[in-house]
Design a binder for this molecule. Sequence first.
Ligand SMILES: CCN[C@H]1CN(CCOCC)S(=O)(=O)c2sc(S(N)(=O)=O)cc21
Ligand SMILES: [Zn+2]
Length: 260
Amino acid sequence: GNQWGYGKDDGPSAWNINYPVADGDRQSPIDILPHQARHDPNLGPIVLNYDRCTSINIANNGHSVVVEFEDSDDRSVIQGGPLDNPYRLKQFHFHWGGKGCHGSEHTVEGNSYASELHLVHWNAVKFKTFGEAASAPDGLAVLGIFLETGDEHRWLHMITDSLYTVKFKGSVTDFKGFNPKCLLPSSLHYWTYLGSLTTPPLHESVIWIVVKEPMIVSEKQLGKFRTLVFTGEEEDERTRMENNFRPPQLLKGRTVRSSN
Ligand SMILES: CCN[C@H]1CN(CCOCC)S(=O)(=O)c2sc(S(N)(=O)=O)cc21
Ligand SMILES: [Zn+2]
């Protein structure tokens, strides 16, 4: 298939060869300029109903570490804010940098954070399958949370303690009973705009909801993400999984709205 990565030859600057939509009009991530964002009083709060969420497994897909959820009914949904329907939680994953350098995808006034968490949801009201939603203009809603280094995060250890079991590309481990609500910052004030997947196939199918307040994690916790490798156990070279982020893309006239 189309092999892509984050290296010199297969990285973001080469993605448009196999995925021409990379040069499209609603690509993500973007640099957010808070003073140019339009405060929209009609933008209500984001409402998360994760209380009956069912996590299934944690996996290394060769690009990131992903936790998948049961999405056969509306047991864990996000709604409100810019969304017309409830969107079902499908998976969450992270993007991060190398030692000490930055790794978020969205930036704020040119400043990046150490990492960024993406909670991926799909519109099961309008679409029958996730795959169908993933390529439709209003198919996905991704909640983006910045990670900033500081004190240890009291719940992130539940994920970092499992990372050694998914060191290599293609590894999957049971990961039940995890509710990502414990990762969210206290305030869910956000910016929202129409964008895309930040990895191939780069479908322009995402309503982005980027939370303003970062979650605080320790450098030690973040370092555990860098013990993962992009490569499979059978491959001889071990390429440390880090800097798996796409840089900001052109806004191309889009408006970024701000909740209060
Ligand atoms: C490595 C591939 N990452 C993809 C995989 N999916 C899309 C393709 O699915 C087709 C059935 S996805 O919808 O789960 C998704 S969301 C994001 S992001 N970084 O923009 O939150 C990337 C991706
Ligand atoms: Zn992502």
